[in-house]
Design a protein around this ligand. Structure first.
Ligand SMILES: Cc1cc2nc3c(=O)[nH]c(=O)nc-3n(C[C@H](O)[C@H](O)[C@H](O)COP(=O)(O)OP(=O)(O)OC[C@H]3O[C@@H](n4cnc5c(N)ncnc54)[C@H](O)[C@@H]3O)c2cc1C
Length: 386
C-alpha cells in the first residue's frame, strides 16, 4: 500500500479480517491492525445467508472444503419441570432448504479469510495492537503498540467485546454479565449425528452437540460457571462421564478429542454502531450468549452493511468518513435490535424457572412443531431474514 491509509481496521478476529477485506475491496487504502492471539478453538454455525455472503465476497470458496452442513436441529427438553416441551425436530427440508447452514472450525475460517486478505495490494497488515485513539485535525490519530502513529479519516473497531476503539471514542454501550459460562471441546461419538445439531435443554442451560463430520461433534455446554469449573477439574475421565450422562447416552460412547475451554457469557449492545468516522463491527458492537448461533452471523451482516455504506458514499466529498459511519449506523439499527431481543428472550426462556415462561416455551415449541408457517417465520428470524 502506498500513501497514508484512508481506513484503519482494528482487530484480527473473524469480523476484523472480513471487514479489512471488505474495506480494501471497496477501493480504500487500508491498514489492518491484527496482533496474533491464541488460536480460536471454537466452531461457528453459520446460516445459509452468511455462507452465501462469504462466497460472494471471496472470503471462502467451497464451504464443503472447510465445514459440515447442518440439516436438522433436534431439541430435547431435559428438564424435570412440570410442563415439559415435546421433543422437536426442525428439518431444513421443511423450510425448503438443503441445509440451514454450515458448521465451521474458526481456525479454518480465519485461514481462508487471511488468504483472501493477502491478495489485496491496497491492504497492509501489521501485527500490532492499537494503544490509543484520539480525534485529530483531519481524522483519527491512532498510536500503535510500537509507539508509531497513523492518522485516518475512517476507523473500523472490530477489536472484540472489550473494544478500545468503542470505549475511547465515547460510544454508549450496555453490558450485562451472566453467572453462566460456555464449555467447548471436540468429541468423538459412538454414533454419528449425521447433519443434526442436538440440543439438550437443561434448567441451567443447553448442552449442544454440533456435527463436525463423521462421528465427530463440537460440544457447547452452557451452565453455571462454578459447575463448569468443577466439571473441568475432574479431568478427561470425569468429563467423559458427565458428557455421557448429559447426552443421555443417545450417541453411544464419547471420547474427548481436545481439552475443554471455558468462555464467560455476557451481553453487550451499543446505542448506535457508527458515528464521527468510527464504525463498530462484530463483538465490539454486540455480544450474546451462544444461543441460536447468532454472534458471527450478525458480525458478517455488519461487514456486508459496511460494504454497502462504502459503496453508497461519495468518497470525494468532504466529511465522507462521517457519512459512511452515519449511513452504517442506520443500516445496522434494526438488525441489531431485533437479533439482540431475540437472543435475550431465548436465553431467558431457556434459563427461566418461572412457570409462565416454561409454559410459553413448551407452548412455543409445540406451536413450532405443528404449524408450518410459524416454523418458516422462526427460521427466517434465526437466519437474519426478519
Ligand atoms: C462458545 C461460543 C460459541 C459460539 N458459536 C457461534 C456460532 O455457532 N455461530 C455464530 O455465528 N457465532 C458463534 N459465537 C460467537 C462468535 O464466536 C463471535 O461473535 C465471533 O467470534 C466474534 O468475532 P470478532 O472478530 O468480533 O471478535 P474476536 O474474535 O474477539 O476478535 C477481536 C480481535 O481484536 C483483537 N484486539 C483486541 N484489542 C485490540 C487492540 N487494542 N488492537 C488490535 N487488536 C485488538 C483481539 O486480539 C482479537 O483478535 C460463539 C461464541 C462462543 C463464546
Amino acid at each position: 500500500m502506498s500513501g497514508a491509509p484512508e481506513a484503519v481496521v482494528v482487530g484480527g478476529g473473524l469480523a476484523g479480517v472480513a471487514a479489512a477485506v471488505a474495506v480494501a475491496r471497496a477501493g480504500l487504502r487500508t491498514l489492518h491492525l491484527a496482533p496474533k492471539g491464541p488460536p480460536d478453538r471454537r466452531t461457528s454455525a453459520l446460516m445459509g445467508p452468511s455462507v452465501d455472503y462469504l462466497r460472494a465476497s471471496g472470503l471462502i470458496d467451497d464451504p464443503a472444503a472447510l465445514g459440515h452442513p447442518l440439516t436438522q436441529i433436534r431439541i430435547i427438553d431435559a428438564t424435570d419441570r412440570l410442563l415439559r416441551a415435546p421433543e422437536t425436530l426442525f428439518d431444513s427440508k421443511d423450510a425448503g432448504l438443503e441445509a440451514f447452514g454450515w458448521n465451521f472450525p474458526n481456525i479454518k475460517l480465519l485461514e481462508a479469510f487471511e488468504a483472501a486478505r493477502a491478495s489485496l495490494p491496497n491492504l497492509e497488515t501489521r501485527e500490532l495492537a492499537l494503544s490509543s485513539i484520539e480525534r485529530g485535525a483531519t481524522g483519527w490519530v491512532l498510536t500503535l503498540a510500537d509507539g508509531s502513529v497513523v492518522e485516518a479519516p475512517l476507523v473500523v473497531g472490530s477489536d472484540g467485546k472489550k473494544s478500545l476503539v468503542r470505549v475511547a471514542t465515547d460510544f454508549r454501550a450496555r453490558e450485562h454479565g451472566f453467572t453462566q459460562a460456555a464449555l467447548v471441546c471436540d468429541l468423538e461419538l459412538g454414533r454419528p449425528l449425521g447433519g443434526a445439531s442436538v440440543e439438550f435443554h437443561y434448567p441451567e442451560g443447553p448442552f449442544t452437540l454440533v456435527p463436525a463430520g463423521g462421528s465427530r461433534a463440537n460440544l457447547v455446554w452452557i451452565d453455571d460457571r462454578e459447575v463448569l469449573k468443577a466439571a473441568q477439574a475432574t479431568g478427561q475421565d470425569g468429563l467423559r462421564t458427565t458428557f455421557l450422562e448429559k447426552s443421555q447416552r443417545l450417541f453411544g460412547d464419547i471420547q474427548l478429542l481436545t481439552p475443554a475451554h471455558m468462555f464467560l457469557l455476557s451481553t453487550l449492545t451499543v446505542e448506535r454502531a457508527g458515528m464521527d468516522g468510527i464504525v463498530l463491527a462484530g463483538e465490539a458492537a454486540h455480544a450474546f450468549p451462544p444461543i441460536g448461533a447468532q454472534g458471527l452471523n450478525l458480525g458478517l451482516r455488519d461487514v456486508a452493511d459496511l460494504a454497502a455504506a462504502l459503496a453508497a458514499t461519495d468518497r470525494t466529498a468532504p466529511g465522507w468518513a462521517n457519512a459512511v459511519s452515519t449511513d452504517y449506523a442506520g443500516r445496522r439499527a434494526d438488525d441489531l435490535e431485533r437479533t439482540g431481543g431475540m437472543v435475550d428472550a431465548l436465553f431467558r426462556s431457556l434459563l427461566s424457572d418461572f412457570l409462565p415462561a416454561q409454559a410459553l416455551r413448551a407452548g412455543g415449541l409445540w406451536a413450532l412443531r405443528l404449524l408450518p408457517p410459524l416454523r418458516k417465520r422462526a427460521f427466517g428470524l434465526g437466519m437474519g431474514r426478519g
